[in-house]
Design a protein around this ligand. Structure first.
Ligand SMILES: Cc1cc2nc3c(=O)[nH]c(=O)nc-3n(C[C@H](O)[C@H](O)[C@H](O)COP(=O)(O)OP(=O)(O)OC[C@H]3O[C@@H](n4cnc5c(N)ncnc54)[C@H](O)[C@@H]3O)c2cc1C
Length: 554
């Protein structure tokens, strides 16, 4: 790869959505020169995602920008993250979930950062501003990827400047298609989306409605599910002013929002509240359940919606794209800096695909119970019978939707068991529970979180490279063996020796090696053959050789 050193960019990222921007940040933190190209003239056109989940916000903490996201919150992070089910905004209450999605600020032993309800456009701007502040990161807007070719040394990308009409050819070591649902990069590597397209038609309308907050009686919430027979939909505030979103779900084919002029009537009917509604934008979107049949062709990779698409219920899509970027970013850096091997890049799809499959199924399950399925005749009657029906629907909502709004098990409980760069320790897998997250330091899992007695998070002590967590009973000579093996291979290694007794209990081993993405790569009670362990977890052993490391691990 030596001929690559003269290149201006080592990685070219197509798309400045959440996945592309997060990848640029991971690379920028490691001083890997990269170019992000984006066909739009700025970030933030998509008013889609609103849930930045616990795990994504932990990444923002690691990048040092969680506070910037907090400051960018249009509602304020102390706004209650309630989810209310009602017949209409102007109608009867049905059910309520408090602290949905874990947005409430405060310390939870299980994670270092609470989630945040924030429009995708606000998150994208925070990510963009941070990305361009990092060494080697460049973003070119109004620039489109037209085509690319690759050989064993490089990818050459034809890039069109949409303002000047000029086409440049840019060479790089790796290219990533973070170019969304209609990915041209995906087509270019011959990957196909497999699964079910068109589960439902839906709309996302952003509108201004002075007085709407005061015109309903359900109290503050981030989402109001309007369960009724004519316009089942979600509605909620986008900021502390008058900006709202409206999302009619599973809209029948014959109902088309052909022009924006029709939208105010739709909102009026759905809410039962007669106000002037000024529509700002409207998107039709289709719910699908699709996974690319491959995520890579040699030097070209896919991340985010380019390789997985599913209904947004549960708020997973964007968050998974960020996690893809986190998985890929440190691996590119390791390979380009010379301490990571090819197996590290092979592991990307092996690690991420099972997570995508799990989340796809979860999102489709959530999509199966919307207001459309919950509505019943008589539910809007102002009578004892109407109240009885609403109470029955409320009970159904509580049992069906708990799993959608309290899913720490999905957000934090996934693991990379089948990865070629994880050294298993023979312990039994923890049974997956979508709701109840059970922390475990079994290799492949997210490193269990803990609060240090000085108020910091254990994660704050982890390094940009690997971290050796040395618990009670650790021995300096063993630690020195880890350090010598890492240093001989050029692997950045931080050593953390916490004195909090709870941490040894959580990790259940004297030593654990934590990856840059905070997943446990190995754990054991002695250094064993540390050189072989490091070779495996940095992808410098081929798959067949990892058994050697397993056999010698403590
Ligand atoms: C109504 C709705 C609500 C949602 N809510 C949530 C939620 O709460 N939480 C959540 O996690 N997810 C949610 N999602 C999903 C989320 O919006 C997507 O998963 C996310 O935007 C995907 O990010 P991405 O970076 O992969 O792709 P995108 O955001 O689609 O970004 C891709 C970028 O690539 C650019 N591009 C494409 N082709 C080219 C090219 N050839 N050259 C240059 N640039 C190109 C595009 O202009 C675009 O900016 C929701 C989706 C919808 C529809």
């Amino acid at each position: 790869m030596s001929e690559a050193h003269g290149r201006a960019y080592r990685v070219l990222i197509v798309g400045a959505g959440p996945a592309g921007l997060s990848l640029a940040i991971e690379l920028g933190h490691r001083s890997i020169p990269c170019l992000v190209i984006e066909r739009n003239d700025r970030v933030g056109y998509a008013p889609r995602a609103k849930t930045t989940n616990v795990r994504t916000r932990e990444h923002l903490r690691r990048w040092g920008i969680a506070d910037k996201l907090k400051a960018a919150s249009p509602l304020g992070t102390d706004y209650p993250s309630n989810i209310v089910f009602c017949t209409r905004l102007g109608g009867f209450p049905i059910a309520k979930f408090e602290n949905a999605l874990y947005c409430a600020p405060g310390r939870n032993p299980l994670y270092s950062e609470h989630a945040q309800w924030i429009p995708q456009y606000a998150l994208e701007e925070v990510l963009r501003a941070h990305a361009v502040s990092l060494p080697g990161v460049e973003i070119r807007f109004s620039t489109e990827m037209q085509s690319f070719e690759q050989d064993e040394h490089a990818v050459t990308v034809a890039v069109r400047d949409l303002e000047r009409g000029r086409v440049d050819r840019i060479a790089c070591d790796y290219m990533v298609g973070a170019d969304g649902a209609r990915s041209r990069v995906r087509d270019g590597i011959g990957a196909k989306m497999e699964g079910r397209h068109g589960l439902s038609r839906n709309y996302n309308v952003v509108f201004r409605a002075p007085g709407l907050t005061a015109a309903h009686k359900h109290g503050p919430a981030i989402m109001y599910w309007q369960v009724n027979s004519d316009t089942p939909s979600l509605i909620g505030p986008m900021d502390k002013g008058d900006k709202w979103y409206f999302m009619p779900t599973q809209v029948p084919d014959e109902m088309k929002l052909a022009d924006l002029a029709a939208a105010p009537d739709w909102i009026r009917r759905a809410t039962g509240i007669d106000l002037p509604y000024e529509v700002l934008s409207s998107d039709e979107w289709t719910a699908s359940q699709l996974l690319a049949d491959k995520y890579r062709d040699r030097r070209v990779f896919l991340a985010g919606d380019a390789c997985h698409l599913h209904p947004p219920f549960g708020g997973y899509g964007m968050n998974m794209g960020v996690a893809d970027a986190v998985d890929l970013g440190w691996k590119f850096a390791a390979v380009l800096q010379g301490w990571g091997g090819e197996a590290l890049l092979d592991s990307y799809e092996r690690e991420r695909r099972p997570v995508h499959r799990l989340v796809l199924d979860e999102a489709v399950l959530n999509h199966a119970t919307l207001g459309n399925q919950l509505a019943r005749a008589g539910m809007e009657d102002d009578s004892a019978e109407g109240a009885r029906i609403r109470s029955e629907i409320g009970a159904r909502v509580q049992s069906a939707k708990m799993r959608e709004f309290y899913t720490l098990g999905v957000m934090l409980g996934y693991h990379y068991d089948d990865s070629p760069v994880i050294v298993g320790d023979g312990s039994d897998p923890v049974r997956h529970d979508f709701v109840n997250y059970v922390p475990t330091a079994r290799p492949g899992s997210l490193a269990p979180h803990a609060w240090m007695h000085d108020g910091s998070s254990l994660y704050d002590a982890f390094g940009e490279g690997f971290t050796l967590l040395a618990n009670d009973g650790c021995d300096q000579s063993e630690i020195d063996r880890f350090k010598a093996a890492a240093s001989a291979a050029g692997i950045p290694l931080e050593v953390v020796r916490p004195s909090e007794p709870g941490i040894a209990e959580l990790y259940r081993a004297r030593y654990a090696l934590i990856r840059p993405d905070q997943h446990v790569a190995w754990r054991g009670d002695s250094a064993g053959n540390a050189a072989a362990t490091f070779a495996t977890i940095t992808g410098r052993h081929r798959v067949g050789q990892r058994e050697a490391a397993v056999a010698t691990s403590g």
